[in-house]
Design a protein around this ligand. Structure first.
Ligand SMILES: [Zn+2]
Length: 370
């Protein structure tokens, strides 16, 4: 009788399968309470400490090492455990499932579990707020004035976009400490030894309509080096928010916004104001198209010039399957508890309004006349 190769191989590999099923069950059943009181309090800080002593010091993005090592390890496991088996079931079904479960558990146990933690609005006790088109119009006028005075401090020419040589040299370290200060001021645990690095080649994220990404597999945030120089700081601060254990997209947008306002560097401030301005305009365009065109008609020349550079940078790389990408990412966000999916990014407007009405950060509010 032919040896049941399938069962033989399962017996050989049962330990890894058992461990993976156990991890998957842990991921699926961990409660919000356990994530908040155990994972966030002890395990995530331990992961960050290990990172701070090791990969943090690498001269390049750790993912360039993590991915090849992982691919080699999978190949090696295949050669050692699977390749000699005759069972097609093991080769075509079981092995890919094991690899998938491994990646799934790695993602959630290293960071993704934090999707179950309470969002920033509830941690900061924000009240429910509403915005209408009048609010958006007033906000656009306010932010345009602030952008004008802010921009003048480092580039006086209104008719030429901000030159690339004005980008601060130590942008990453500036943002590392500003993001940490933002979180500390809200009594939220922060980590200074976190990184946000460019992901080369330029355009590798933009082709997926993505400006930045946090990769839990290496514990680092990334931004596309193809972004306009005054677009990158907001994206970098957003990804540093993720690296500090904040999962929500609106939450990280909000952290980036407050971090830019907190910064002493006016280039960084301008980057934050410009992104906020873009969210305001996008919302006004959706909710009151006539008002949007009225405002757009009187748009200051310096914003037109800077936007031109910003969109040219985004358009330099062709988008790959934008509809499929949006569908996949929207489903991913919804599966992880962000009910509004891709619309979650836009909540920055509501969070900013709630923040203005809160008692948080009186020093920043005073600085900006809020
Ligand atoms: Zn994000």
């Amino acid at each position: 009788m032919k040896t049941p190769d399938f069962f033989l191989s399962m017996k050989e590999n049962y330990r890894i399968l058992l461990a993976l099923f156990f991890c998957t069950i842990v991921v699926l059943t961990t409660t919000a309470y356990a994530v908040e009181h155990y994972y966030y309090a002890f395990i995530f800080p331990a992961i960050r400490s290990i990172y701070a002593l090791t990969l943090y010091y690498l001269p390049m993005a750790a993912i360039y090492i993590v991915v090849p090592v992982f691919v080699f390890w999978v190949y090696w496991q295949w050669k050692k455990r699977i390749a000699h088996l005759s069972s097609a079931v093991v080769k075509i079904i079981v092995f890919p499932i094991v690899v998938f479960l491994f990646i799934y558990c790695w993602f959630y146990l290293s960071w993704g579990l934090l999707y179950k933690a309470p969002n920033l609005s509830s941690r900061l006790h924000f009240s429910e707020v509403q915005i209408d088109s009048t609010y958006l119009i007033n906000e656009i006028r306010w932010v345009e004035n602030k952008m004008r005075s802010c921009r003048k401090t480092f580039w006086e020419n209104d008719t030429i976009a901000i030159p690339v040589n004005l980008k601060p040299r130590q942008l990453e370290s500036l943002l590392q400490s500003d993001v940490a200060s933002t979180l500390e001021n809200w009594n939220i645990k922060s980590y200074k030894n976190v990184r946000v690095r460019p992901l080369y080649p330029a355009g590798s994220l933009l082709i997926f309509s993505t400006a930045g990404i946090y990769l839990p597999f290496s514990g680092e945030g990334h931004y596309d080096p193809g972004l306009a120089h005054f677009h990158a700081p907001f994206v970098m601060a957003h990804e540093l928010g993720h690296a500090n254990g904040i999962t929500g997209e609106a939450d990280c947008n909000f952290i980036a916004m407050i971090t830019c306002l907190r910064s002493e560097n006016t280039f960084v401030q301008y980057a934050g104001l410009l992104t906020y301005w873009r969210y305001l305009n996008a919302d006004l365009r959706r909710s009151a198209i006539f008002s949007y065109y009225q405002i757009a008609f009187a748009r200051p020349i310096f914003i037109r010039k800077d936007l031109n550079v910003l969109y040219k940078a985004l358009d330099r790389y062709p988008e790959l399957m934008p509809v499929i990408r949006d569908k996949i990412y929207d489903t991913y966000l919804k599966a992880n508890g962000l009910k509004d999916g891709l619309m979650n990014y836009d909540k920055i407007l509501l969070m900013f309004k709630a923040w203005k009405e809160s008692s948080l950060d009186p020093d920043i509010k005073q600085k900006w006349g809020i």
